[in-house]
Design a protein around this ligand. Sequence first.
Ligand code: SF4
Length: 444
Amino acid sequence: MSAQTEPKLVTQIDFARAGRITPQMKEVAEREHRDPEYIRERVADGRISIPANIVHIKKGMRAFGVGEGLSTKVNVNLGISGDKADAAEEWKKVKIAEDFGADAIMDLSNSGKTRQFRQQLIDETPLMVGTVPMYDAIGYMEKPLVKLTKDDLFEVVRAHAEDGVDFMTIHCGINKSVTKTFKETGRLMNIVSRGGSLLFGWMEVTGNENPFYEFYDELLEICHEYDVTISLGDSCRPGCLYDSNDATETAEMIELGKLCKRAWAAGVQVMVEGPGHMALDEIAANMKLQKRLCHNAPFYVLGPLVTDIGVGYDHITAAIGGAISASSGADFLCYVTPAEHLCLPNAQDVLDGLMATKIAAHAADIAKKVPHARDMDDKMGQARRKLDWDAMWECALDPVTGKKRYEESPAATEGTCTMCGKMCAVRTVNKIFEGTTIDLGIED
Ligand code: SF4
């Protein structure tokens, strides 16, 4: 009798289904205060993804879990554009992302030779790294969009996988059926996803089906080989409130749900991307519909931006939507900066966008009752009651900015700040409970 050989286990989902707990599952369990079996079960059925390319694992990346019952993850986008190619500035952004608690960095470089930056990023950062190969295709293949072939596009995907990219946004769901719905029903802002617009343009000019849809099984083979988590791009995300939850967005979401099942069947981890712009009162329903149509796959959301007119402050419009989306089921928030709709963000924009998104994610985690999510808030309450400023910096999401503002405006009365000075409510009540003199109105 021939010896039974175990099927080759490569991806986290392969191992999970075989009942095996990987070091990455253990690491996620420890950080999230969950039992490793809780993580394994959910990786096995797709409710949790651990985007960790086998190449990046060898370079010492940290493992992050995205999905049900886990803390909401936050992504920072950066990368060189054709109009602004300053690699030093992009490295400053990498440092901010790492120092201020991002979980992922998406390298959206879309001009020239991007491979060196991507490879160095994967060598150096322990955070999850994501890319959108479609952005890179024209520069990588040195060909105009309409001359790119299916083989060219898949070669770019393979190059990103070989480099160690942990998750790739690929717009597989915009097929001929979805574009038919789009053209028939119309939209105010048409297609605002960069990758989606490139594929739509390619499909319209060549007359061909979206190759990432038509040859999806081949794409899954590449993703499986390296354990790349496929992040199913939402080409038809609404770019304004008027287009949200319309027929086109929903038609694509139905396709994405089918593609989730095919990815899982092939042993590939999946996330699904979501809106966009959306009125506050529509967000919770959209999250629930996505989870239903996409079989509880982790949902990776941009905002949504809850108004179209917050230009210059879209980190705030997105954070409001982000708090609602994450508390209603979204698992991963892509940051939005004050430069959204205006220009490539600078380093300060990156910090502002990251902090706004971190706050949204954290607020949602408290509402979702993620284990230990509010521990730091309770510690902050204690530190504030004691007017213990050093303890406050230890609790703060951004201690650097907080401390700087406090020290820039020294208070005359010890322990207080210049907001209320001697009339500090905390100080007054502390004095009452300590039984010491209340010195208000009494000059020293
Ligand atoms: S002075 Fe006012 S703002 Fe400052 S710590 Fe006291 S109560 Fe708070």
